[in-house]
Each structure stands twice: as C-alpha cells, then as structure tokens.
Design a binder for this molecule. Structure first.
Ligand code: 76R
Length: 227
C-alpha cells in the first residue's frame, strides 16, 4: 500500500452511503469492513431508511489511503456508493480553550457511542450572502453565537452526541454533521431547537439528510436484504 497520508492533527472521515446490487457478496463486505478496521481505524455500519441508500459506513482513521481501500473493497463486494461525504475531524476554533480531555474525543473519537443507535448525517455550511455573511462577522460576535449554540446543545447531554467534521476545501459543504441519539425523536428535537439559535436560524445552510440506525454489521446487512 502507498505511504500513509495522515492529517497533521486529527483523522480522516469518510461517510459512505450504499445500495446493495444483485451481485452483493456478504462475506466480501464483512472482509472489507474487517480490513478497514486496521490499527486505529474504525468502521461504524448503519442502516439507512428511505430511498437514498440501503446502508452506510462511517469510516474514520489516520490514513486516507486506507479509507480509499475500504471504499474499493466495498464496491468490489457489490455495494454501489449512492452518496458520500469526505471530511476531517477538527476542534472548532470556538472550542480551542476547552481542556485537553474534552478536545481529544473531538479529534480522535471512539465510535459508536454506547446506547445511541439513532443516527443521522447531513452536511452544512455557514451562509455567505451579502445580506447575511457569517465570515464577515467579527470573531467576538461569532464566538457569542457559538456559545448560544453550545448552550442549547448541552441541554441534550446524554441524549445526543454530535460529531462535527470539517470539510472546507474537501467536500461540497463546510462541515459534516453526524448525530448519534438515544431516540430518533432526539435527533428531530435537537435540530429543531437549534433552528432558533441565531447561528443556525440566520447563517446555516444544509445539504441532504440521511437517517437510520447504527447496529452490528450482521443486523445492518440483514436489514438491507444482504443475507
Ligand atoms: O464542542 C463543544 O461541545 C463546544 C460547544 C460546541 C461547538 C464549538 C457545540 C456544541 N457545537 C460546536 C460547533 Mn454543535 N451542532 C451542530 C449541529 O442543525 C443545526 O442547526 C446545526 C447542526 C447540531 C445539531 C449540533 C449539536 N456545531 C459546531 C459547528 C462548528 C462551527 C465552527 O467551528 O465554526 C457546527 C457546524 C455545529 C453544528 N452542538 C453542541 C450540538 C450539541 C448537541 C452540542 C452540545 C455538545 C455537548 O454537550 O457535548
């Protein structure tokens, strides 16, 4: 394999949303996931509801080549990649002052979180319109709005875990938002609640939403009819 390509801080993140083709080979999918979990690399399988995909994989780890090998192995096993998102773990510039033990899980998360099987993913950006441009706000104002955002997020402590991964210059939006929740309605409630925070109400733009369930690989495969 090529020399590893590793971010200077954090890990690479690849969300793959797949459809099962008629020729899908269950054992080859299982082998692909196993190979994708080498060393510090993790692969979180999830089932997807609705027409956009049948199942998906959140792959995360230091080496971007290994992420690409996982993608190729899943494609070779007969999964069609219907949608994807590429990003890197990061610490938000508004969270840099947090203690080390809170920063580490942002850069090097251990996934999936326990007891939070309800899953959703969507990409988002902050608006850059003439009438409302997040990037022309002074830092202090952005920090104030992100504090408001953090405060409303903390009301969901224990119910929702956010994984915010940065994709400016890498994919079509600025962040990937991955949410893990106890109940599916926790996902709806947290996103609805945040719509009223100025940082989202005025400045947030969203891409397509994907929702489903995190589970054991065997359960995810059988839910997609891959038996
Ligand atoms: O990391 C921290 O806990 C510090 C506070 C915090 C930051 C800096 C925080 C807390 N978030 C931060 C950054 Mn968040 N978050 C989203 C969404 O749907 C929407 O309107 C937005 C999608 C949700 C649902 C959510 C939930 N957050 C960010 C950033 C990066 C901004 C930047 O760097 O410029 C984005 C794009 C973003 C989006 N946020 C929380 C939550 C929740 C539940 C919390 C509380 C976390 C906790 O208690 O651990």
């Amino acid at each position: 394999m090529a020399e590893p390509l590793v971010p200077s801080t954090g890990w690479g993140v690849l969300h793959l949303f797949c459809k099962a083709t008629a020729t899908v080979d269950r054992e080859a999918v299982v082998a692909a996931v196993k190979a994708g979990q080498e060393g510090d690399h993790q692969v979180v399988p999830f089932s997807v509801l609705g027409h956009k995909a049948d199942l998906g994989f959140l792959a995360i780890g230091p080496d971007l080549w290994l992420l690409r090998h996982l993608q190729s192995a899943l494609q070779g096993a007969g999964l069609e990649v219907a949608h994807s998102y590429v990003s890197l773990t990061e610490v938000s510039e508004y969270a840099k002052g947090m203690p080390e033990e809170r920063l580490r899980p942002r850069l090097y998360p251990q996934l999936p979180p326990e007891g939070k099987p309800a899953f959703c993913f969507y990409p988002m950006s902050k608006r850059r319109d003439v009438a409302g441009n997040w990037f022309t706000l002074p830092y202090d104002e952005r920090e104030k709005l992100m504090h408001e955002h953090g405060a409303s997020g903390r009301k969901f402590a224990g119910r929702v875990l956010q994984l915010i991964t940065g994709s400016t210059g890498i994919d079509d939006f600025e962040w990937g938002v991955t949410l893990f929740a106890v109940h599916p309605d926790d996902l709806k409630e947290v996103v609805y609640t945040m719509r009223f925070d100025e940082a989202s109400a005025i400045y947030a733009e969203f891409g397509p939403f994907f929702a489903g369930m995190v589970g054991d690989l065997a359960d995810v495969l059988s839910s997609a009819g891959i038996g």
